[in-house]
Design a protein around this ligand. Structure first.
Ligand code: ATP
Length: 140
């Protein structure tokens, strides 16, 4: 069954999630406030919409409440990320994955009910460190 996702924020992280989900045949609604990003993703995602997700009227108009998993990948603007997450939670989104910028941001996101909080640079750094250690163990 084709599953529905929305990705908000199409930077390197959100853009890569959007691309991968779409290539796997998922139905993805790509959202970004920047028109250039939407131009870039309009032929990749099933739907691509220019919108500022800190406006709850806009979120409702997008029909996002019907989507089962929303990924919030707004980076630098921590306030916009938190506000968007709170409103998505209030709309009753079943699963919310949110990118955190730092530990404080992560703590707030968990408090307001994000189901999965990811910290791509830190998580990837940890993963690579473990893989370096296990490669070294195998090498010796
Ligand atoms: P990455 O490292 O993954 O590239 P980043 O931390 O540099 O991410 P940003 O470029 O700050 O992330 O934000 C990612 C995207 O989120 C941008 O394309 C930006 O236009 C979009 N964005 C920021 N605020 C909003 C908002 N309020 N509504 C919708 N999109 C937004």
């Amino acid at each position: 069954m084709k599953r529905e996702f929305a990705v908000i924020g199409l930077g390197r992280f959100g853009g890569s999630i959007c691309r991968e989900l779409s290539e796997e045949g998922m139905d993805v609604l790509a959202i970004d406030a920047d028109e250039d990003k939407i131009d870039e993703f309009k032929d990749i995602a099933a739907h691509a919409v220019i919108a500022d997700t800190t406006d709850d009227k806009v979120l409702k108009e997008l029909g996002i409440r019907n989507i089962e998993h929303v990924i919030v990948a707004i980076g630098d603007n921590i306030q916009a990320s938190i506000l968007t997450t709170i409103m998505l939670k209030e709309l009753g989104i079943k699963t919310l994955t949110v990118k955190a910028q730092n530990d404080y941001h992560e703590k707030v996101l968990k408090k307001i009910g994000a189901d999965y909080v990811v910290h791509p640079e830190r998580d990837m750094g940890r993963r690579i460190a473990h893989s370096i250690i296990s490669t070294n163990i195998l090498d010796h």
